[in-house]
Ligand binder design. Structure first.
Ligand code: G4P
Length: 526
């Protein structure tokens, strides 16, 4: 039973630079999957105009965004789980954490813009984990770049081999459709945003005159020479290389016109990996193991003051999760029972009784969870791979309302547990420094401290360049360094010492002067 359930699951994220079409593609996949009936049901989590006001607007709609954080649906005998990722780069850490909970990704690229900044950053994370990638080149209804040039750019900039599995016939105003090189059939484009076309014309032999009749002699000849070239230039599609994260199959389409989406989905369920083994500090855990294990990769607070609880998102790694069973919280060394775990189907939440590897379960939480926590049936395990990145913007938190000191402390702790930012404490005087990767998080922190905890604070910018965790095998050397650099040392929430460098030059010079010390830029040394 377990292995059957595992094999039919596909858990993935759609990633892109903002505006490439991630939201549109997500919605169209749900429409194709029959999970929703109308367009417009998937809310964009994009932050555009004035960052803060948009964010606050999104926060108000948190009910919706909780539901759309994971979108599950059944398609062709498969259970598909799409994990949503924020588009804005200030929330990149949130996205990186979500990527630790998926087995593959679909990368959307705008055919006019090609590879953009966020495309590069996100792919770097995928490459770190060897996550399998399918590329969807979107907006083919527009006059975009030459497809060969786009493929070259993908290989060059993303450090991955590509293999087109479909090929466009024309582009923009002359776009006629795509020829599927894998299934050897033709899909014709019609500019219709409403209709879900699945018209497929099988053309086994591309030399046949049928092709000329359908798309015209000139387009047919171009397609013939293109396919000859592609088959010669690119190796055959190798499924293993894709699963190892070295080779990305590429599809062309137009999400807004529903074009290429059905084809993408069909190929996706065929080739994308089912839940894979996950590495814990102690050992590798296989999904088909009987005992349940999982980890928390995201925590979502509820802004409604009447419902203060949070939802912790748990990715199941092995075994079967059951409602009301006692599970072991390994960090707290405590057993917890979940009476109302949530499943996410399309854009609705509902109570679930059981879930399987690859699924994401929403657990109501009153403050027991931190990002990265592991749940098991009793085994002492800690899943790896959700690092914090060393932050780049720092502010000191100064309480403005002495009567709300406790609320401020609690608020800051909980927000940092959620992964909104990182907290460092500096002695003497318990000075609190909050570090983030983007400015926007500070707006979020201030807003939520006020809204959820009734606390007000000022955030004073500090002029540090970077904070790095420091370790050494030589305990004395470490203690000496901490004593000498006292004013630039703080401690993270787990009491690990952190060095704050004023400039990149200072950092380099300290690294040279203290060879016995290790300076870490992500927290996964722990
Ligand atoms: P994102 O989540 O990656 O940020 O992108 P999103 O889907 O929101 O799409 C960004 C813009 O690109 C939207 O236009 C969307 O309609 C458009 N778009 C998406 N897919 C296609 C496509 O295949 N062809 C064309 N021509 N456009 C596409 P917008 O003007 O920003 O928003 P809207 O007013 O259309 O909603």
């Amino acid at each position: 039973m377990v292995s059957e359930e595992i094999l039919r699951r596909r858990t993935f994220a759609i990633i892109s630079h903002p505006d490439a079409g991630k939201t549109t593609l997500t919605e169209k996949l749900l429409l194709f999957g029959g999970a929703i009936n109308t367009a417009g049901a998937v809310k964009s989590n994009k932050i555009t105009k004035s960052a803060t006001s948009d964010f606050l607007e999104i926060e108000k709609q948190r009910g919706i965004s909780v539901a759309t954080s994971v979108m599950g649906f059944d398609y062709a005998g498969h259970k598909i789980n799409i994990l949503d990722t924020p588009g804005h780069k200030d929330f990149a850490e949130d996205t990186y954490r979500t990527l630790s909970a998926v087995d593959s990704v679909i990368l959307v690229v705008d055919c006019v813009k090609g590879v953009e900044e966020q495309t590069r950053n996100l792919m770097q994370v995928c490459r770190m984990r060897n996550t399998p990638v399918i590329v969807f080149i979107n907006k083919m209804d527009r006059e975009g770049r030459d497809p060969y040039e786009l493929l070259d750019e993908l290989e060059r900039e993303l450090n991955i081999h590509v293999r087109p599995l479909s090929w466009p016939i024309g582009m923009g105003s002359t776009f006629k459709g795509v020829y599927n090189l894998f299934d050897k059939d033709l899909r014709l484009f019609t500019a219709n945003k409403q209709q879900l076309t699945k018209d497929v014309i099988a053309i086994e032999d591309i030399k046949s005159s049928e092709l000329d009749e359908i798309i015209g002699k000139q387009s047919a000849d171009t397609l013939r020479s293109d396919t000859d070239f592609l088959n010669e230039f690119y190796e055959n599609f190798d499924l293993d290389l894709y699963k190892e994260g070295y080779l990305a199959p590429v599809f062309f389409g137009s999400a807004i016109y529903n074009f290429g989406v059905g084809e993408l989905l069909d190929t996706f369920v065929k080739i994308a990996p089912s839940p894979q083994a996950v590495q814990a500090s102690q050992r590798e855990v296989r999904p088909e193991e009987n005992a349940f294990t999982g980890f928390i990769f995201k925590i979502h607070a509820n802004l409604d003051p009447n419902h203060r609880d949070r939802i912790a998102f748990c990715r199941i790694c092995s075994g079967k999760f059951e409602r009301n069973k006692l599970y072991y919280h390994t960090r707290l060394d405590k057993r917890i029972r979940f009476s109302s775990p949530t499943s996410f189907m399309a854009n609705e939440k509902s109570l679930l009784d059981e879930a399987w590897p690859g699924d994401v379960v929403g657990l109501y939480d009153t403050g027991s969870f931190k990002i990265g926590d592991t749940l098991t049936e009793g085994e002492l395990l800690q899943y790896k791979g959700i690092p914090s990145f060393s932050p780049e913007i720092f502010k000191e938190v100064v309480n403005k309302d002495p009567f709300k000191t406790k609320q401020l402390e609690k608020g800051i702790r909980q927000l940092t547990d959620e992964g909104v930012a990182q907290l460092f404490m500096q002695q003497p005087g318990s000075r609190k420094i909050v570090g983030t990767v983007g400015e926007l998080q500070f707006d979020v922190i201030k807003f939520r401290l006020k809204q959820e905890y009734g606390a007000t604070c000022d955030l004073y910018p500090l002029n540090y360049y970077k904070a790095c965790w420091i370790t050494s095998d030589d305990k004395e050397a470490l203690a000496r360094f901490i004593a000498i650099k006292g004013s630039h040392i703080a401690y993270d929430k787990d009491d690990n010492p952190v060095f704050f460098a004023d400039t990149s030059w200072v950092l380099r010079s300290v690294q040279e002067h203290y060879p016995k010390l290790n300076f870490h830029f992500t927290s996964d040394f722990k």
